[in-house]
Ligand binder design. Sequence first.
Ligand code: HAM
Length: 423
Amino acid sequence: MKGPRGTQDILPGSVEKWQYVETVLQDICNRYNYKEIRTPIFEHTELFQRGVGDSTDIVQKEMYTFEDRGGRSVTLRPEGTASVVRSFVQHKVYGSPNQPTKLFYFGPMFRYERPQQGRMRQFVQFGVEALGSDDPAIDAEVIALAMNAYQELGLTSLKLVINSLGDKQSRNRHREALKQHFTPHKEELCEDCQLRLESNPMRILDCKKDRDHPAMATAPSILDYLNNDSREYFETVKAVLDNMGIPYEIDPNLVRGLDYYNHTAFEIMSESEGFGAITTLSGGGRYNGLVEEVGGPETAGIGFAMSIERLLMALEAEGIELPIDEKLDCYLATLGDEAKQEAAGIIYKLRQEGIQVDKDYAGKKMKAQFKAADRLKARYVLVLGEEELQNNQINVKNMETGEQNTIAIQEVVQHMRSELKED
Ligand code: HAM
C-alpha cells in the first residue's frame, strides 16, 4: 500500500536536511527576536472561511474539511496565519506590553491541490507573523528575514518581487476599474474568472488559465489607484529595503491567493534553471484587518511563509550541499559472548556521558563489524576481544589516522571524552 497522493515520507538520509534547515531558521528567528508559536493542526472551518476568505481557491476547492464525531465542521489548516491570529486574539496577546508580537512557526499544512513537483497536499511551512505594528520598517524586516534565511542556506539565484495592494479605499477604486476593464471580455474568460469578476476581480490577475489573454497586459494597475497614504506607505517600505541593500522588482500584478492582504505584498522566486515550473519559494504580505475579522481589536499585521519542500528543491537546483555531519563517534566491536555482555555496560556508560555509540546486534563476525563501523562512518572503533577482557582492557582505534591505544576499561569514558574533544 502507498501513502496518499501528494504526501511524502521523510526517511533517515533526508531527514537530516530538514533538521539542519530547521535549526538555521530557528537561529535566524532568534536573531530577529521572533518567538516560536505552536497551534493545532485542525481548526474550526469558519476560521479559514473568515480569515483566508470565502472567494479564494483555498477555501472553495482545497480544504480538507470534515465533520468530527460531535457534528462540528473542522478543517486541517491550509496555512498558518489564520491560526496564529486566532491564538493571538484568544489569549489576548495584544494586551501584553511587548508589541509588536513577533512569532514564527513550523508545521504541516494541507491543501487538496493537483500534486506536481513543488506542490504537495501535505507540505511543511515555516512562517513568521508580526502583529501590532504598522511601521513600514517591520514590512522590510519580515522581507529581510525571508531573504536572509535563503541566503544563509547558500541560495543565490533569488528574485524578490513586491507590490502594494493599498488600503481598502485604493482597492475599491481599483476593483471598479478592473470590473469595467474585464466586463467586455467576460465571455472569453474562464469560468472561475467570470465569477471572480463579481466576487474579487483582482484575483483575475493571478489566473493561470487566462494568463495570456490580451486584456491581461492592459489591465489597470493597482499602483495607479493607490491613495496618498497607501502610496507613501509603499514608498517608505521601498526606501527601507534600499537602505538595507535588498534588491527587488515591482510587479503590479502580484496579488497573492489569500483575501486578507493589503498594502505590502511580496514573493521570493528561485531563478535557478533546474528549479521547475513553480518558481515561487515563499510569499507574504500585510494583513491589517485580519485580527478584527477573527474577533480581536484593530491590529496591524504582516508575515510570510515558505515551504521547506520548495526550499530543499531550490538548494538541490543550485547544487548546494548542506554541511551535515553523518559521522558516528564510536562503534564497539566484540569477540565472544562474554565480551558482548560486557559491551552493553560500556556502551551504556559512554552514552550516559554524551558520547554517541553503537554496536552490532546481528551476531556479525569481527571483520563484518569493522565493515559496519565503516558504513556508519564511525570515527573510533573500540575492540573488546577475549584477550582484552582477560586483561580488563579495551582497544581504541582512530579510524582516520589508524592509531591504536589499549586502555583500561574503567578509563574508556575519560579517554573517549578527551579523544573526541581533540577532534
Ligand atoms: P501562500 O502563498 O499560500 O501564503 O503559501 C506560502 C508558501 O507556502 C508558498 O510560497 C510555498 O512555498 C508554500 N506552499 C503553498 N502551497 C504549497 C503546496 N501545495 N506545496 C508545497 N508548498 C506550498 C500563505 O500561506 C500565507 N499564510 C503566507 C503569509 C503569512 N502571509 C502573511 N503571513
